[in-house]
Design a protein around this ligand. Sequence first.
Ligand code: SF4
Ligand code: SF4
Length: 342
Amino acid sequence: MEAKVISKQDLATWIDALVKQYEVIAPVTEDGVVVFRQVSGLSEMTIEGMVGPAKSLREHFTPPTETLFDYKLEDLSAEVIPPENEERHRVIFGARACDAATLLYVGAVYSNVEPIDTAYFMRREKTYLVGLFCNKPAWSCFCTEVGDFLTNPVAMDVYLTDLGNRYYAEPLTPKGEELIGLGNFRPADENDKVANEEIRQKALERLPKRAEHETACLSYDWDHPVWTELAKKCLSCGACAFLCPTCHCFDIQEHPKLKKGSRYRCWDTCQFEKFTLMASGHNPRETRKERTRQRVFHKFKYSQERYCMLGCVGCGRCIAACPVNIDIRRVLEELEKTAVAK
Ligand code: SF4
Ligand code: SF4
């Protein structure tokens, strides 16, 4: 598919055309942090010079709290009322390559066992992704250690790169071509292609080089001393998990009101003590050491074994958010010293 270019003067008109046909969700600054919200035009968006958004796209595919169904009880019968479908198609604009790559992983999780997660896949089906290359990766980013999706994007329809006074646009799917057709784009020329390549190279130079996590993580040490160190520092606050785009654990609760009620699911995390607490009182992961190990093993070992992919896209949010400066990159380094030595 042919690469195109749009000038920055024409960007607002393109966004207006998208807003007319779709719900558009884009990065905005809210209380000083960049998050993805519905917008009605370019003026609301934080696109220029954006460093990674503080929150990922997770809440737009699996909301923090989501009704699974309502019910009504009548004598001995029960009526189950499914939630209303979200009808409108939407464009998520400015998605980072790491956040788009997350969709591949979470999609594998939600389709791994029957029944598949219909709410998640309905939102996927209705979403078109316009990605934006990271010209300035954040200090905590390490996507290039866990994949090559920064330069070989996945799950996107269009991939944009900011070339200064214009955007380079690669349509990656027929739908991406349609979206581009709504704006005043021209075919990319040789200068545009060279500029695009230079910007990508500069960004890659700022990022760590590819590490062999896929092979090393299969022999991570269950009894490594790093688990005890982590347990001493970690507060079990859950910030790392709730900001992580690939974390997907939830709890299911009831909200009963006499003869009617709702069943809903809400985000939960393996970092909380009660996550694995059973009705019997037994807790298979009672200690913080077991819980911190679970998070790392799940992302790097179990995901590999079950889905043949890592459960981390290197977005660095857990590193930036941790109140006690736990850095998953350092944890992996420690684990890999002994994994490699084995
Ligand atoms: S953010 Fe840091 S302190 Fe909080 S649960 Fe995660 S690792 Fe522990
Ligand atoms: S584990 Fe950390 S770096 Fe990896 S995807 Fe989750 S938040 Fe991002």
